[in-house]
Design a protein. Structure first.
Length: 170
């Protein structure tokens, strides 16, 4: 009976279950944030949600890069693809928020005066609409989560590729 040697390293980038769990987490947090008004009562709720969304979209980007690459792709390309995929998804989400706010007169972008503290944060005050500040904050926080994930994932793939080359030489 032959035993497979357990590979060392992080398997989170390969885990579809992790991505599904994160997507459910984002959905539940969005629902709770809206229904329980957590976006207004807990200052970091929106920040956490967009940060985790950036991480999740980057992980999906890594999985897509692996599937789309018929041959081995470089860790740098995979990380770059994951990051750009995540930022694109974050931008599309903000477009969705803007469209829903415009068509349904909702307040996903916190554009209704007096409902958000963004206008009191000193980021332009009356010169910038609170919705603009919220959108930029969401994109910056989400992109930061995506960048961190892309760097960690790229380093992991680079180390894994180097270990494979070393084992092939033996």
């Amino acid at each position: 009976m032959e035993y497979k040697r357990r590979q060392r390293g992080c398997h989170i980038l390969k885990s579809k279950e992790t991505v599904v769990l994160l997507i459910v987490f984002i959905g539940v947090c969005s629902f709770l944030g809206d229904r329980l008004e957590l976006f207004y009562t807990i200052w970091w709720w929106d920040v956490m949600l967009h940060f985790v969304a950036g991480i999740t979209f980057a992980m999906i980007g890594f999985m897509l890069a692996k599937r789309l690459g018929k041959h081995s792709i470089s860790p740098l390309f995979a990380a770059l693809f994951a990051f750009t995929f995540a930022v694109t998804a974050l931008v599309l989400w903000e477009i969705y928020e803007f469209t829903v706010d415009s068509l349904c007169l909702t307040n996903m972008q916190h554009w209704i005066p007096g409902t958000d503290t963004a206008e009191n944060l000193g980021f332009g005050g009356d010169r910038q609409a609170p919705g603009l500040i919220d959108t930029m904050k969401d994109l910056i926080v989400g992109s930061t989560g995506a960048l961190i994930t892309a760097v960690i994932g790229g380093c992991y793939l680079r180390r894994k590729e180097k270990a494979q080359r070393t084992s092939e030489m033996k």
